[in-house]
Design a protein around this ligand. Structure first.
Ligand code: ITT
Length: 197
């Protein structure tokens, strides 16, 4: 089946392909007049609410005839820092664009305990059913920027169990074996896999 992923983030698209294409699905971008759609994000601190709202908005952008032979995927994610009560959380994208990695490192400069987690909520609407799966990746914020791979906060995020290697220093499949998005997509792929797989 065609799975149309409503995202403007090409790294999310690559990760979704890694999990969903082995099941025989084609994962492609939702483009409206040649561009990924802009979503209105609801005012909430809950990723789940944002993800469900994105899913509803994506569906409303697609004609009923097209919807009958494809599935629609959206994902919402963020970085939640324990000592900042979960900041930047649902605001991760905006905070990355405004204060960036150096801004976060400055906010955290006095903090000795640097636990944090990435969270992802993936929502797939397929054959009239909505399937929602979540993923969490616990880790530590580094004290300096390391690596250039991935996107967003990856150069300052060290997942638990990586022996100090940041996501920014990993290739995509290494990152995906730890990642929040990888976990939510794996759970989605298990939910839609035919019984023989
Ligand atoms: P969409 O078009 O899918 O919305 P986006 O990048 O804007 O793409 P979100 O609204 O879900 O995605 O914002 C998530 C932000 O959280 C993202 O921009 C990063 O700043 C951060 N983030 C989430 N997952 C991440 C990851 O795997 N690596 C690095 N940063 C991540």
């Amino acid at each position: 089946m065609r799975i149309i992923f409503a995202t403007g983030n090409s790294k999310k698209l690559e990760e979704a392909r890694e999990y969903l294409e082995p099941l025989g699905h084609d994962v492609e971008l939702l483009l409206i007049e040649g561009k990924p759609p802009n979503f209105i994000e609801p005012q909430t601190s809950e990723l789940m609410e944002v993800a469900l709202s994105k899913s509803d908005q994506a569906i409303s952008m697609i004609s009923e005839s097209e919807l009958s032979d494809c599935a629609i995927l959206v994902e919402d994610s963020g970085l939640f820092i324990d000592s900042l009560n979960g900041f930047p959380g649902v605001y991760s994208s905006y905070i990355y664009k405004t204060i960036g990695l150096n801004g976060i490192l400055m906010l955290m400069s006095e903090e000795i305990v640097r636990h944090c987690e990435y969270r992802a909520v993936s929502v797939l609407v397929m054959n009239g059913k909505r399937i929602v799966r979540t993923g969490v990746c616990r880790g530590e914020l580094s004290r300096e920027i390391s690596g250039q791979s991935g996107f967003g906060y990856d150069p300052i995020f060290i997942p638990n169990g990586s022996k100090g290697v940041s996501f920014g220093q990993m290739n995509e499949s290494e990152k995906s074996s730890f990642s929040h998005r990888g976990k939510s997509l794996k759970a989605l792929s298990e939910a839609i896999a035919p019984p023989s797989m």
